[in-house]
Design a protein around this ligand. Structure first.
Ligand code: AP5
Ligand code: MG
Length: 213
């Protein structure tokens, strides 16, 4: 079963994806995570990617489609979770073509709906474990013991360079200009299932589980 998690920055895509990886053995394909790995490579491409990401703009379709293709053809599991991909209509068409080439299909597109005002609070309170990538929040999901990851015991917590008010404004603008048309695109295809992303993390998880069956 292959699914897409669609939603604005801070909606909870990564949080819900990690749950599905843990409980269902699915493979999370987050283009954001892949690009953050690429930016540390020190290559010319890495430097360019870092600059674009910090500004909040979208990286080119060519780069992200290339990253997804590489992962789709090299991994196998209980299905893929596309987290933060596709983000443009060109990426959506490319994904459909890639899946068809591999004899696979898309099961569902889950749209996580969150009010814009709530996104600012989510983004500004987020931190992740530098060892395992577990996602936390200062208020809504703190670690049980301060500074220690509940999942792996790691003690290095990181905050993203693009999690600031200015980048978030650009990320939201990019979302509404280039990504939100995908809501209509997948609705017309009959694949779209919205969930209320304003409720607690566990309630959103329950809604996602109910859709996936
Ligand atoms: P990416 O890493 O994908 O960032 P994003 O889309 O902006 O989304 P986030 O990761 O910020 O949010 P999320 O929905 O995963 O929320 P999370 O679960 O962490 O992309 C970053 C950049 O890379 C882009 O700006 C672009 O430059 C580039 N890029 C990536 N993909 C690309 C593509 N396909 N094409 C072109 N460029 C691309 O949750 C957020 C916080 O809220 C956490 O602290 C969490 O604990 C908390 N939280 C989650 N759910 C809830 C809840 N229900 N209630 C309360 N708190 C909650
Ligand atoms: Mg994310």
């Amino acid at each position: 079963m292959n699914i897409i998690l669609l939603g604005p920055p801070g909606a909870g895509k990564g949080t819900q994806a990690r749950h599905l990886v843990d409980t269902r053995g699915m493979i999370q394909l987050s283009t954001g995570d892949m690009l953050r790995a690429a930016r540390t490579s020190g290559t010319e491409m890495g430097k360019k990617v870092a600059e674009i990401m910090d500004s909040g703009k979208l990286v080119t379709d060519e780069i992200v489609i290339g990253l997804i293709e590489e992962q789709l053809t090299s991994q196998a599991g209980a299905g893929f979770i596309f987290d933060g991909f596709p983000r443009t209509l060109a990426q959506a068409d490319a994904l459909a073509a890639l899946l068809a080439k591999l004899g696979q299909s898309l099961h569902t597109v889950i749209e996580i709906r969150v009010d814009d005002e709530a996104l600012v609070a989510r983004i500004s309170g987020r931190f992740t474990c530098g060892t395992c990538g577990e996602v936390y929040h200062d208020q809504t999901k703190p670690t049980t013991k301060e500074g220690v990851c509940d999942n792996c015991g790691g003690t290095e917590m990181v905050r993203r360079a693009d999690d600031n008010a200015e980048s978030l404004r650009t990320r939201l603008m990019e979302y509404y200009k280039k990504t939100s048309p995908l809501i209509g695109y997948y609705y017309a295809k009959g694949d779209l299932r919205p969930v209320n992303g304003m409720s607690d993390i566990t309630e959103v998880t329950a809604s996602v589980e109910a859709i996936l069956g």
